[in-house]
Design a protein around this ligand. Structure first.
Ligand code: CA
Length: 364
């Protein structure tokens, strides 16, 4: 019997008795499951949005439609930043988002996207999978009725778009900049005014002058946003988001009722998206950067060491505040620091040492 016709019979109740001795949860394993998925990204937004949409489609396809994912981009069902409450309350079953958007609910959420002077993509995967990161994420998310897994990454982000050159810390003072997460808190320590607004609203705010500067992601995404029309100076590297991980957050009680095999399918597809999205960002960023410079007159600049030193000092002050928030915040920060120390020592003599020598030979 073909799988589809078996499922049809099972759904009608015909095979339920025969299957009951084999499957512990026949009703749950066989009936259609509805998953309403919301996200913090505009529809079809390259990378973040298309990645979330790909994950939604692949869950439906991999289960032959048994798990029906109904996807809503930002504002199609709820506003971007209402995604958390929509899923925690059970009105929707899942979101695709950057969990640092929820740092107002608990600062621990910031660590599960990216924090200043944090982990790169490969280091983040190591912490989450083998360094105790997932367990702490489960502890934090569980307190809000959520279960989160990795589902995408942008890699190291650019430092942002500025109308004027940033040559000293004094140039940051009074600057109204879109920069979410703990990176925004660091900017505030240096005299800037950070704001957190969803991606879909940044361009209009930058063009109107409501904000002076913005960070977003990297060349591929930022070119699409046309920020170069309002600000020409494009700074690197971003201290604030060195490997932003995206989250597939599910209602914990809904997740708990899924069969083990459905949990494995969903987790595996989210893990695949974590990999696919990163590959796409890496593949498209180099040519997008070239086009920004040659076609749009963008001026590429590096933050100097004095400014970076100030970022580092301010970041440590921010981390002191975060650690003082709660026992769990301190526990997450402790784990992050211990892992960062080991991972950095290894990265230094592996990826970084190799890439530095390769690029020297290639003259890049
Ligand atoms: Ca960003």
């Amino acid at each position: 019997m073909k799988r589809r016709s078996f499922l049809t019979v099972a759904a009608a109740g015909g095979a339920a008795v025969a299957a009951s001795s084999t499957f512990p949860k026949p009703a749950l394993a066989q009936k259609r499951i509805k998953m309403v998925m919301v996200s913090t990204w505009p529809r079809d937004f390259p990378g973040l949005g298309t990645g979330a949409q790909r994950l939604a489609k692949r869950i439906t396809a991999a289960t032959d439609g048994r798990i029906q994912v109904q996807y809503f981009a930002a504002k199609e069902r709820v506003g971007a930043f209402d995604s958390f409450d929509e899923v925690a309350s059970g009105k929707a079953q899942a979101y695709h988002a950057a969990d640092y958007y929820w740092k107002g609910k608990h600062p621990g959420w910031a660590y599960f996207t990216s924090v200043p002077f944090g982990l790169t993509y490969t280091e983040m995967n190591a912490w989450i999978r083998f360094g105790g990161g997932q367990e702490l994420w489960d502890k934090l998310a569980g307190g809000f009725g959520l279960k989160c897994v990795m589902a995408g990454n942008t890699g190291v982000q650019m430092g942002g778009w500025f109308r004027k050159e940033i040559n000293s810390v004094a140039d940051l003072k009074g600057l109204k900049m879109r920069i979410p997460g703990l990176g925004g808190d660091v900017m505030a320590k240096l005299g800037a005014s950070p704001v957190s607004i969803p991606g879909g609203q940044i361009y209009e705010n930058l063009v109107s002058g409501a904000i002076d500067a913005t960070e977003w992601v990297g060349p591929w995404n930022d070119r699409f946003m046309k920020f170069y029309e309002a600000a020409k100076y494009y700074y690197y590297p971003g201290f604030h988001e060195p490997g932003s991980m995206l989250s597939f957050g599910m209602n914990a009680s809904w997740w708990g009722k899924l069969s083990k095999n459905d949990q494995i399918i969903i987790a595996a597809l989210a893990a695949a998206e974590n990999d696919i999205m990163m590959a796409e960002y890496n593949s498209k960023s180099g040519s997008a950067l070239k086009s920004l410079i040659t076609d749009h007159g963008v001026k590429l600049r590096a933050f100097n060491d004095d400014i970076y030193d100030a970022f580092g000092k301010a970041a440590e002050q921010v981390f002191v505040t975060v650690r003082g928030h709660s026992k769990l915040a301190k526990e997450i920060d402790d784990s992050f620091r211990a892992n960062r120390s080991d991972l950095a020592a290894w990265s230094k003599i592996s990826d970084q040492a190799y890439v530095a020598q390769r690029n020297r030979i290639l003259g890049i």
